[in-house]
Design a binder for this molecule. Structure first.
Ligand code: FRU
Length: 480
């Protein structure tokens, strides 16, 4: 039998030796050397290094039998891809080592993930499995510790996220009831081997929520700034105005968890990101106590992207730090990303009427921070412009909205995404452009738009514009 691990690892090694140079390849984001990447998994700071694993099909640009690919970094900035951590070569995971999380125990690194098994009659099984490593590189599989869901749930039972509180291990997991309501279940364990099902902590049609999706994937549960946060990716939510416009959603509930009665009192669902490609994020807490997040810059079933011609598809977002204030989560790019900055260009106090380009501000790989005020009428910025292409980000003053428009961005999916703004007379945009991706942090992370765009190489322009008037108070640009 061919050795799947060796075959996948060869792809990693070849990519490290001779990185390909295709035009949409990202310059400073994590992406697969070949094949398909989806969810970030096992994000952890272990023995002085950050580890991020990812759902990986090394052999095709489609979803299939997933491996766990593995990147390691000292600083969240320079990453090295090492050998895959998990290979789907055992019967309880023969159709994929699906998503999960990592934790440290007795100085060893453990992975807790879903073994996915599909049967020829279309049915499936899901096992929750453990693996561990002494060096953080080579993992020994310990096999399943949970064989299937509790009574009343389907086999859509996956993506365990684990943490320790006092002497107890806790786990949240995505689930679906037999009548197709998405739920998050909570388990506990004392010894990591025997797991006890406690209760549903949130889901469609419970805790005051109405019908809210048929399956909830990739839950994450943590404390942030005094609040308990459930981050989750529900499937099957109806579009509602500018909300829930993507095929599947990712967002969070803020609440208060009663550890004695295991009851989660929570409020409404907030969408985490307003762009087109953002799903299944996962957080960790690092040695500085920061709550950090990676998301998947992709969407299930939206796999018609032009990079497939070059043998790869999808990527990871930049690492972000989360903060809780004003009853919401703020996201900002991690501090360490400043190391990527080259050639600073700065401008101050520029009036914009109609259109304006600024010397030196252009390209396809940069960081751009724009502080605008005195905004009257539609005002914004177009990036990756040429005669035929543009990606437009602007304020719609009348409707108090920020709009991201990729209808003329180039190849790939098109469309518009919007979010409400409280104030439209001023705006701060922090943009990371990376060849075929864009992340826009709005007003210091109050909202974020994450999307892929596929402009041609010649589309390198940046245009500031206003249909009436606005002022650019401060512009900072760094080539990356
Ligand atoms: C989310 C997801 C998870 C699953 C994994 C499989 O994108 O469907 O629920 O574990 O991807 O790759």
């Amino acid at each position: 039998m061919e050795d799947l691990f060796l075959k996948a690892n060869k792809i990693v090694e070849e990519n490290n030796e001779t990185p390909p140079k295709d035009r949409y390849r990202l310059n400073y984001h994590l992406m697969p050397s070949k094949g398909l990447l989806n969810d970030p998994n096992g994000f952890i700071f272990y023995r002085g290094k950050y580890h991020i694993f990812y759902q990986w099909n090394p052999f095709a640009c489609e979803h299939g039998s997933k491996f766990w690919g593995h990147f390691v970094s000292d600083d969240l900035c320079d990453w090295k891809e090492i050998e895959p951590a998990l290979t789907p070569d055992t019967k309880y995971e023969k159709n994929g080592c699906y998503s999960g999380s990592a934790f440290e125990h007795n100085d060893e690194l453990y992975l807790f993930y879903t073994g996915n098994v599909k049967h020829s009659n279309g049915s499936r099984d899901s096992y929750q499995c453990l693996a561990k490593s002494k060096d953080g590189i080579k993992f020994e599989k310990l096999g399943p510790v949970i064989d299937g869901p509790p009574q009343g749930y389907t086999k859509h039972f996956r993506d365990p996220k684990i943490w320790k509180k006092e002497n107890t291990w806790y786990m949240v997991i995505g689930a679906q009831t037999k009548d197709e309501q998405g739920r998050v279940l909570l388990y506990t364990s004392i010894d990591l081997k025997k797991w006890e099902y406690k209760k549903e902590i949130a889901g469609s049609q419970i805790n005051g929520l109405s019908e809210f999706g048929y399956m909830w994937e990739c839950p994450d549960f943590f404390e942030l700034g005094g609040a308990d946060i459930l981050l989750v990716s529900p499937q099957g939510i109806e579009e509602n105005g500018d909300k829930y416009n993507n095929l599947y959603q990712t967002g969070y509930f803020i609440g208060d968890y009663g550890w004695k009665n295991n009851k989660f009192n929570h409020g409404e669902f907030f969408e985490m990101d307003r762009g087109f490609e953002f799903y299944a994020p996962q957080t960790t807490i690092d040695s500085q106590g920061r709550r950090l997040l990676f998301g998947w810059m992709g969407m299930p079933e939206m796999d018609d992207e032009p990079t497939k011609k070059d043998g790869w598809i999808h990527a990871m977002t930049l690492p972000r730090e989360l903060d809780y204030k004003n009853n919401k989560i703020y996201q900002k790019p991690v501090e360490e990303l400043k190391k990527l900055r080259k050639n600073k260009i700065e401008y101050h106090e520029i009036k914009v009427k109609e259109e304006l380009s600024l010397d030196g501000i252009e390209g396809d790989s940069y960081e751009l921070i724009i502080e605008m005020s005195a905004i009257e009428g539609r005002s914004g910025i177009r990036v990756r412009t040429s005669e035929t292409e543009k990606t437009d980000i602007y304020i719609d003053v009348e409707n108090k909205k920020l709009i991201f428009d990729r209808n003329q961005s180039g190849e790939g999916y098109r469309g518009i995404r919007k979010c409400d703004l409280e104030r439209v007379d001023r705006l701060k945009l922090h943009i990371f452009m990376d060849r075929s991706s864009i992340e826009i942090f709005v007003n210091d992370g109050e909202e974020v738009f994450t999307s892929r765009i596929f402009p041609s190489k010649k589309s390198q322009g940046v245009v500031f514009y206003s249909l009436e008037a606005c002022k650019l108070d401060k512009i900072r640009y760094y080539k990356i």
